[in-house]
Design a protein around this ligand. Structure first.
Ligand SMILES: Cc1cc2nc3c(=O)[nH]c(=O)nc-3n(C[C@H](O)[C@H](O)[C@H](O)COP(=O)(O)OP(=O)(O)OC[C@H]3O[C@@H](n4cnc5c(N)ncnc54)[C@H](O)[C@@H]3O)c2cc1C
Ligand SMILES: NC(=O)c1ccc[n+]([C@@H]2O[C@H](COP(=O)([O-])OP(=O)(O)OC[C@H]3O[C@@H](n4cnc5c(N)ncnc54)[C@H](OP(=O)(O)O)[C@@H]3O)[C@@H](O)[C@H]2O)c1
Length: 531
């Protein structure tokens, strides 16, 4: 069969949120964009599928809609603070339709190889059979710019425990968990491994919807469980610049006090975190602790060995189980990259990516951007992907330049050291970043970091409130006229009011003190002068 060839300005691999927002930014920068998507839908993992990659039936996003949204396209007001995945999928489709992105996408098409050919990228794509779609063949696209947005939750990470092969029941990974009915778990004894968001969502689902006989979570590192709401407001609304200006250990001290104040010491519930609260990907659940308190869910340490239907844990306890769900996370996977490129970008063993600011490989140059290869700690990846894509657009247009190769490499080394101090050592934290800090840094490279002096009407919000996604559209290329209004619509927590009041009070007191000192000095001078 003849292989057809064509040219475009930019190829985007993947039509999840990262690929879509990247396509939109590049289109707005005047480029001809082609998006390649393996499935028949947009939205990546936010499209619920009965038998494929995607969210669980119960998934609600765990970041509020103010911080997990496109910066110039707020969520409708009638959607809940934490939208269900179906609302999220609808919102993504509306975004793609509103900005005419759907026509840019080749669905049911997979990228099988990417190599550098002279000044261009050669992207080989293949039509795939999917949901009755008949494959059309292979095609080659040449382009000067390439965006990889195929998602960092690409490949399930599977542990191997001693004696695992003797287990009599079924073992699945979270990627295959949809709900207790679909997975045949009703009334069964369930062991869940891991304590990330997949683990707690499926544990609560099994104990409630599945009325499972027993639900046990086995965790090797423990966790700080953060409720969706603290004092009546979505928890991510407390993340603000003032908080991240503090040394992280001080900020952590505050966060841990608040968690203990609201939910009690995690050790009381057997959660036994081995890391500080601000050193890990937050596990957000409104009900896990409630179910632990009712003894519907039990927490145990890591698995020592499996023997038939009996699982032994490292503390000497054991239990019988019918099913095991490995909620042990995902690995980055870039199977279409040529071998020499692959080793320059990804260290598969450690799940480390070798990218400058999580976007550019110094070895591969500025014409290739990795969008969405960053894990947000206190907000959503959506704004981070968008800021990265806007930066890439400016670089491709020649308005902004990357530092020299050796400077980028030096920066990466320094960042690696800082990362090791900041995050608990685990494969799930290799690309972890604080979104406000990260977005500010990337936006500062092309003039979109919100300048507090330039926006006096919302200056206080920019310091003490989370402000939502629109804050990075207040200025710079791609500025959005509705941004300030959107920032003002993000709810202010009571704590922000108090911190603002405390700040105003503190500043007032300092001013009064200064005035008093000036008055005192003047009076001394005046007395000496008179004498
Ligand atoms: C169950 C689950 C729930 C989550 N919930 C949250 C949350 O509440 N809040 C949060 O901040 N984050 C959440 N995340 C993290 C999540 O990864 C990101 O928020 C985000 O959805 C990732 O989007 P993406 O576009 O980068 O990747 P994806 O959504 O994974 O999209 C990648 C797209 O690329 C396509 N693709 C892959 N390879 C190829 C190829 N070779 N050729 C063509 N197409 C390809 C895929 O089909 C897919 O459509 C969740 C993750 C999981 C696994
Ligand atoms: N409702 C939602 O919004 C929602 C739902 C699901 C997932 N998500 C998101 O999706 C992403 C993936 O979440 P996830 O929960 O699937 O994975 P994850 O956050 O990577 O958590 C994996 C868990 O498995 C443990 N683990 C990994 N390997 C192990 C091993 N060999 N033995 C024992 N334990 C092991 C980890 O412990 P260590 O810490 O010790 O490594 C960790 O507790 C995250 O970004 C998450 O926020 C969101």
């Amino acid at each position: 069969m003849a292989v057809s060839k064509r040219e475009t300005d930019v190829v985007v691999i993947g039509a999840g949120i990262s690929g879509l927002v990247a396509a939109k930014c590049m289109k707005e920068d005047g480029f001809k964009v082609t998006v390649i998507e393996r499935t028949g839908e947009i939205g990546g993992l936010w499209t619920f599928r009965e038998h494929d990659y995607g969210v669980m039936r119960c998934t609600h996003i765990n970041v509020s809609k103010y911080n997990y949204c496109f910066s110039d396209f707020p969520f409708p007001e009638d959607v809940a603070d934490y939208p269900h995945h179906s609302d999220m999928a609808k919102y993504i489709v509306n975004y793609a339709q509103h900005f005419n992105l759907v026509e840019l996408i080749s669905f049911h098409t997979i990228v099988t190889s990417v190599i550098r050919k002279g000044e261009k990228w050669e992207v080989v794509i293949k039509s795939v059979e999917d949901q009755g779609h008949t494959p059309q063949g292979t095609e080659v696209i040449y382009c000067p710019f390439l965006i990889i947005a195929s998602g960092h939750h690409a490949k399930p990470s599977l542990p191997k425990f001693l004696g695992q092969e003797t287990f009599k029941g079924e073992i699945i990974h979270a990627v295959d968990y949809k709900d207790p009915l679909t997975n045949g778990l009703v009334g069964k004894r369930i062991l869940i491994v891991g304590i990330g968001n997949s683990a707690v969502d499926s544990a609560v689902d099994c104990t409630t919807v599945g009325r499972c006989k027993s639900v046990v979570i086995s965790t090797r590192s423990g966790a700080w469980i953060i409720p969706n709401y603290i004092f009546g407001f979505p928890v991510d609304l407390y993340a603000c610049r003032a908080f991240f200006l503090l040394p992280w250990r001080w900020a952590n001290f505050i966060l841990e006090r608040i968690i203990k104040f609201v939910s009690g010491d995690p050790r009381r519930w057997g959660l036994n975190p081995k890391m500080r609260a601000l050193q890990t990907q937050p596990t957000v659940s409104p009900t896990l602790i409630h179910h632990i308190q009712r003894k519907n869910i039990k927490i145990v340490p890591n698995i020592a060995k499996i023997d038939g239907d009996t699982v032994h844990f490292v503390n000497g306890e054991s239990g019988q189980f019918d099913n095991i769900i490995y909620c042990t996370g995902y690995k980055i996977d870039l199977p279409y990259l040529a071998d020499d490129m692959h080793s320059k970008v990804l260290d598969e063993g450690s799940n480390n990516i070798k990218l400058y600011k999580n976007v550019f490989s110094p070895a591969l140059g500025p014409s290739l951007a990795f969008i969405g290869f960053v894990q947000p700690a206190s907000g959503g990846v959506l704004t981070m992907s968008e800021t990265q894509a806007r930066w890439f657009g400016q670089i491709c247009r020649g308005r902004v330049q990357l530092p020299q190769k050796h400077l980028m490499e030096m920066d990466m080394e320094m960042e690696m050291v800082a990362q090791k101090d900041r995050w608990y050592s685990s494969a799930r934290h290799t690309i972890q970043r604080d979104p406000i800090v990260y977005n500010d840094e990337i936006a500062s490279f092309f003039g979109a970091k919100p300048d507090i002096i330039k926006h006096p009407a919302i200056a206080w919000r920019l310091l003490f409130s989370s402000c939502g996604a629109a804050q990075w559209r207040l200025q710079g290329p791609g500025q959005w006229n509705g941004a300030a209004k959107a920032v003002q619509k993000v709810p202010l927590t009571d704590l922000m009011h108090y911190s603002g009041m405390a700040f105003a009070l503190f500043t007032g007191m300092i001013l009064l003190l200064l005035l008093y000192i000036m008055w005192y000095m003047m009076s001394l001078l005046f007395e000496n002068f008179i004498v």
